[in-house]
Design a binder for this molecule. Sequence first.
Ligand SMILES: [Zn+2]
Length: 192
Amino acid sequence: MILPIVAFGAPILRKKCSDISEDYPEFNSILSNMWETMYEANGVGLAAPQINRDIRLFLIDTTPFFEEEEEEEEEKKRNEIIVKQAFINARILEESGDEWEFNEGCLSIPDLREDVSRKSIIKIEYLDENFKKHIKTYDGLTARVIQHEYDHINGILFTDKLTALRKRMIKGKLIDISKGKVSAKYKMRFPR
Ligand SMILES: [Zn+2]
């Protein structure tokens, strides 16, 4: 089932989310609805607060970042880089490497993209969809998508990371989004 994506301005996007256990009600349907909702909106990541749940759950699928590499011999390499994974109760243990800028967007903030600077390597502990624990290191675009989604479960949005000047410049646009004055190609839920 496709769920509406919560827009900027909703209090749930500012909550520090809670860990869940294996017996969380309707976990499997929440998870499959989130995958469906993310793909419908052409996203590479989706966090639970964006579908109005304050739980530590997010998904990523980095396939679109690597789709353009069509060389057949590149296919094996590509499959190694693509990460399609649910992260439950995630904790970033370490961020390292150089800061680099990447133009980020967010399904909760349609039609707005800004360069955001983050460290390039992360080490993360999480449970997979079977509640099996993993500790993994990611870099590049995969690390970037995880950092963005991980921020969501801590109530942080990419617009928080901009300079004071950029924040002032996009303020009006963010207010418009919170009021529903934006056209997204997917279903959204607006706070006012
Ligand atoms: Zn986002």
